[in-house]
Design a protein around this ligand. Structure first.
Ligand code: GAR
Length: 195
């Protein structure tokens, strides 16, 4: 088997998508291995989950950097390179990225977004889908580019919007699909990368 692609996961909170990636990558034939978890938020619950799974996990708090997003991103980038990372997966990473970090990882950074892109970019996707009265909603994995939630989509999963759905109920239905979709998309992406 070809070398497994060294992959980092960037989180800001609970980290349930990160957990699904770690679980999938525990299989020896999975084409990516999770070698690092980073969070901009020292209180992110996912950091402890990652550490418990034996993955190096570290917070690089954005707050001491104030408005200097590029300086914060330079630290993130340095940590990624120090760990010889080849693929970066954003998984509930709630910081807008500048062109600096996006450019450093062009074609090697994925994000999962809770909508059927190009619909409902940005925040509060479940509320907005219910308000819009759509029959289906879902999640997308896409390659990260400079424009928010606008890079090429590599995988999508759909769920129905049911009568009487609350944002929480719909989010839970979508999340089940996220946990299935992201590992599958990462595996395909890892296999498609040039050596
Ligand atoms: C997930 O639903 C993810 O799609 C979403 O945040 C949640 C994180 O949950 N991401 C975004 O909204 C990105 N704009 P998790 O921390 O349990 O994976």
């Amino acid at each position: 088997m070809a070398a497994r692609r060294r992959t980092a996961v960037l989180i800001s909170g609970r980290g349930s998508n990160m957990e699904s990636l770690i679980a999938a990558a525990a299989a020896p034939d999975f084409p990516a291995e999770i070698v690092l978890v980073l969070s901009n938020n020292p209180d992110a619950g996912g950091l402890a989950t990652a550490a418990a799974a034996g993955i190096p996990a570290r917070a690089i708090d954005h707050r001491p950097f104030g408005r200097d997003r590029a300086a914060h991103e330079a630290e993130i980038d340095a940590a990624l390179r120090e760990a010889s990372v080849e693929i970066v997966c954003l998984a509930g990473y709630m910081r807008l990225l500048t062109p600096y970090l996006v450019g450093r990882w062009a074609g090697r950074m994925l994000n999962i977004h809770p909508s059927l892109l190009p619909d409902f970019k940005g925040l509060h996707t479940h509320e907005r889908a219910i308000e819009a009265g759509v029959g289906h909603h879902g999640c997308s994995v896409h390659v990260v580019t400079e424009d928010l939630d606008a890079g090429p989509v590599v995988a999508q999963a759909r769920v129905p919007v049911l009568p009487g759905d609350t944002p929480e109920a719909l989010a839970a239905r979508v999340l089940v699909e996220e946990h299935r979709l992201y590992p599958e998309a990462l595996a395909r992406f890892a296999l498609s990368l040039p050596v």
